[in-house]
Design a binder for this molecule. Structure first.
Ligand SMILES: Nc1ncnc2c1ncn2[C@@H]1O[C@H](COP(=O)(O)OP(=O)(O)OP(=O)(O)O)[C@@H](O)[C@H]1O
Length: 416
């Protein structure tokens, strides 16, 4: 936890200006020693830029998510903003009372009891002993760690540390809250409590910077998302759009891996672990039927056929599957929703397979198919049970004598 002042616009609480972070990687432990002997005269290390020229501003009352795959540099950026790691270059200005929930237990002294750590953290945040005492009961009630509050933190389980850390950071009502993946920790009931608390803080106007792989959290809590890849900012904008773009990239990588691994097979498969949603229904798998060898390649005019298997975990009143075709820039080309026939009983857990067919009448290029399992009353009223952005991708092969412009044939005519 820290407080530091920036000299800029008082409405910008976090200002990251062109920040880079370089780590020195040594092949052997002794190289580190050699490096200190030789100072800068000889190089015994390789440079690795975990962050490169990142700029980011977070305004008062804004909730911003940082997303990206493992190793992208998200935690490094958060640590630099929180002041626990120094950047190699660039400037950081953070204003207001900041609470940072970074790596597990990073703000706690393991030798101190939970109670002592609460007071220590509160003091670092700038609260007086009397102010912390006022909030102490709320903190312990939220953490639900019982008598362990008077035991040294080194005796806590990782879940208990996380509970207490989350309780301290949020009950002390910081102006800026920085959270690295805390929502993924703890049992379902505690996660629910954390989400509820976070939503409350955001509603009250707490400025939030959140790193998460949980796109439903990103979309429900944040006003803006920043997508980082290989230490650089790849995209920034509306969470729905940015998280979808991220998913598309993940899918594209998975697909190329699957294509390499499944040489000679004639289907391309997407599995249920991809995507997000509630646990009431799931798209188990989606496969192309009859692709060309290992790749989903089609000629203009071919019939594209896919089989989508889904399953429900509870009774859904209006089960539907939506199929949306998108270009690589995520522009929707077309799609529709299909009612899934009434399940055979009030609640039937059997898997249901739907066959979707459409003519490949698109210009050459790559396309995505996004699938959504929904509880849909009508065109406007629906609730997403499971969504897999870019569940399947395919390519339309180039052809000769092609006079089409844009994605598809809108049957333009011309008279002279
Ligand atoms: N102390 C260090 N020394 C060398 N390399 C490091 C160090 N800390 C992090 N890295 C590297 O920097 C890169 C960014 O790491 P970082 O932890 O910021 O990624 P991340 O996006 O938070 O990943 P994850 O989603 O897995 O938490 C990674 O390649 C990591 O291996």
């Amino acid at each position: 936890m820290l407080t530091s002042m920036g000299e800029t616009d008082p409405e910008i609480l976090i200002n990251v200006d062109n920040v880079s972070k370089c780590y020195h990687l040594y092949h052997r432990p002794q190289d580190r020693l050699w490096q200190s002997f030789f100072r800068g005269r000889k190089k015994f290390h390789r440079e690795f830029w975990a962050l490169l020229n990142i700029s980011l501003q977070v305004r008062r009352h804004e909730a911003v998510a940082i997303i990206g795959r493992n190793g992208a540099g998200k935690s490094t950026l958060l640590q630099i903003i929180a002041g626990t790691l120094a950047p190699t270059s660039g400037k950081i200005a953070v204003q207001g009372r900041v609470a940072a929930l970074l790596q597990l237990g990073s703000g706690f002294n393991p030798e101190f009891t939970g109670r002592e750590n609460v007071f220590l953290n509160g003091a670092i945040l700038g609260f007086s002993r009397a102010e912390i005492s006022c909030r102490f009961e709320a903190i312990t009630a939220f953490a639900e760690i019982g008598n362990f509050i008077d035991q040294p933190v080194k005796t806590y389980s990782s879940g208990m540390i996380m509970r207490l850390a989350f309780a301290v950071s949020t009950c002390l009502e910081p102006e800026v809250l920085i959270i690295d993946e805390a929502l993924a920790v703890g049992d379902a009931a505690f996660q629910f409590k954390c989400r509820d608390r976070l939503q409350g803080l955001i509603t009250q106007g707490t400025t939030l910077l959140l790193v998460s792989h949980d796109m439903s959290a990103v979309k429900s809590f944040c006003h803006r998302a920043v997508y980082i890849e290989d230490g650089q900012k790849k995209a920034e904008g509306e969470p729905e759009h940015i998280s979808e773009r991220y998913f598309m990239d993940v899918r594209a990588r998975q697909m190329s891996r699957v294509q390499q691994e499944k040489k000679g097979r004639d289907t391309i498969v997407c599995e249920k672990s991809h995507g997000y949603g509630t646990s009431e229904g799931e798209i188990e798998s989606a496969v192309f039927v009859a692709t060309r060898g290992s790749a989903a390649l089609f000629n203009y005019g071919d019939t594209i056929e896919l089989k989508v298997t889904c399953q429900f975990a509870s009774h859904i009143e209006f089960p539907c599957l939506s199929v949306v075709l998108q270009a690589t820039n995520l522009v929707g080309i077309g799609g529709r929703w299909f009612r899934i026939n009434p399940l055979s009983s009030e609640f039937d857990a059997a898997a249901i397979t739907l066959k979707i067919k459409f003519p490949a009448k698109f210009n050459d290029g790559k396309y995505f198919i996004t699938l959504r399992l929904e509880d849909r009353k009508d065109q406007k009223q629906y609730f997403i049970l499971h969504k897999i952005p870019g569940a399947l991708t395919f390519d339309i092969l180039p052809r000769t004598n092609n006079d089409l412009l844009g994605f598809n044939d809108i049957k333009l005519t011309c008279e002279q």
